[in-house]
Design a protein around this ligand. Structure first.
Ligand SMILES: Nc1ncnc2c1ncn2[C@@H]1O[C@H](COP(=O)(O)OP(=O)(O)OP(=O)(O)O)[C@@H](O)[C@H]1O
Ligand SMILES: NC(=O)c1ccc[n+]([C@@H]2O[C@H](COP(=O)(O)O)[C@@H](O)[C@H]2O)c1
Length: 276
C-alpha cells in the first residue's frame, strides 16, 4: 500500500492548484479507497480514454475490495517528444471531462505544464497531493483516510514496460510494486505477452477485458482529421467542435506518424480478417 511520504520535493507550474472538486466521499469503510490515474498524450482525447475509467469502475466493483473515489487524466508535457502531436491537450481533456459531466473524473495539468516527468514521479505527485497536502480522502463519518493511487493504462502502454530502455527497473518497482495498476485490454496487443516480464508484480496488476472490442486511437482520429473525415461520436462533441474551431491536426503527417498509422490500420484489418 502506498504511503503518504513523497521521495522528493515537487515543483509546481505557475498558478497551479491540484484539482480535487470531484473527489468522492468514501462510502464503505471496509474497502480500500483508490484513485485512478491515466497518463498519456490524449491528442486528442477520445471516448475510449474516458471509457477506460468506466471499465475500471465495473471491474473494481465486481472483483476487488477497492472503492474508487476519483479518477484523473494526466496529459503528458509538450516536452515529451512524440511526433505529430499538439500542445494544449489539457484544455481538450478539460473540455472532455466537462462535456461528459462525470461525477468523479478530473484533469490534472501538473505534468503538462512543465518539463517531462516520468510516470513514477507523476504517481508520487498524486500521492503527495492526495495524502500529504489534502490529508487523505473524506469518509462518511467525517474522518480522513489515506487513499491509494493506481495507474490506469491500456495494454499497449503496459507492453512497452517489457521493452528494453523504455522504463527503468526502479520505476517499474515503484509503479507496479508500490502503487499497482489496472490494464485495459486493447486490440493489437497480446495481454499475456505484454505482462510476461511483469510477473513478479502480478498481485498488483489487474487485467480488464474489453467486452465490446473498440480500437479507437488518437492516431486514427488524427488521420481522419487530416483526410477531412468526420470524427464525431468518436470524441466528446465539444472536443470535436474545439478541434474544428481551431483547425487542429490538419498538417501533413510526419514520416513517423505515417508509419504508426500504417501499423494501426494493418493491425485492425488483420483482426477483422481473423474474426470473419
Ligand atoms: N482504445 C483503447 N483501448 C484501451 N486503452 C486505450 C485505448 N485508447 C487509448 N488507450 C490508453 O489510454 C492511455 C493514453 O493513451 P494515448 O494518449 O497514448 O492514446 P492513444 O490513442 O494510444 O494515442 P496515440 O494513438 O497517439 O498513440 C494509454 O494507457 C493507452 O493505452
Ligand atoms: N519511463 C517512463 O516513465 C515512461 C516510459 C514510456 C511512457 N511513459 C508514459 O506513458 C504515457 C504514454 O506514452 P506513449 O504515448 O509514448 O505510449 C505518457 O504519459 C508517458 O509519459 C512513461
Amino acid at each position: 500500500m502506498a504511503t503518504s511520504s513523497p521521495p522528493q520535493q515537487f515543483t509546481n507550474p505557475p498558478d497551479y492548484s491540484f484539482p480535487h472538486d470531484r473527489l468522492r466521499v468514501m462510502r464503505d469503510p471496509s474497502k480500500i479507497p483508490i484513485v485512478l490515474v491515466a497518463c498519456g498524450s490524449f491528442s486528442p482525447v477520445t471516448y475510449l480514454h474516458l471509457r477506460m475509467f468506466e471499465m475500471a469502475k465495473d471491474y473494481v466493483r465486481q472483483n476487488t475490495n477497492f472503492e474508487i473515489v476519483g479518477g484523473y487524466l494526466s496529459p503528458v508535457s509538450d516536452m515529451y517528444k512524440k511526433q505529430g502531436l499538439l500542445s494544449a491537450h489539457p484544455s481538450m481533456c478539460t473540455i472532455a471531462a466537462e462535456d461528459i459531466s462525470s461525477a468523479w473524473l478530473m484533469v490534472d495539468p501538473w505534468e503538462a505544464f512543465q518539463s517531462y516527468q516520468r510516470t513514477a514521479v507523476v504517481l508520487d505527485h498524486f500521492d503527495y497531493e492526495l495524502n500529504t497536502v489534502l490529508g487523505g480522502i473524506q469518509t462518511e463519518d467525517g474522518q480522513r483516510r489515506n487513499v491509494r493511487v493506481m495507474l490506469l493504462a491500456g495494454s499497449d502502454l503496459i507492453s512497452t514496460m517489457g521493452e528494453p530502455g523504455v522504463w527503468s527497473h526502479e520505476d517499474l518497482e515503484h509503479i507496479l510494486g508500490r502503487y499497482g495498476c489496472f490494464i485495459i485490454e486493447r486490440a493489437g496487443t497480446d495481454i499475456d505477452q505484454a505482462t510476461e516480464s511483469l510477473a513478479r508484480w502480478r498481485h498488483n496488476i489487474h487485467i480488464i477485458s474489453q467486452l465490446i472490442q473498440n480500437d479507437v486511437s488518437s492516431t486514427k482520429v488524427r488521420l481522419f482529421l487530416r483526410r477531412g473525415l468526420s470524427v464525431r461520436y468518436l470524441l466528446p462533441s465539444r472536443v470535436v467542435d474545439y478541434i474544428d474551431e481551431n483547425s487542429l491536426y490538419l498538417d501533413e503527417a510526419t514520416a513517423a506518424e505515417k508509419e504508426k498509422e500504417r501499423e494501426q490500420l494493418a493491425s485492425s484489418s488483420r483482426k477483422k480478417e481473423s474474426s470473419s
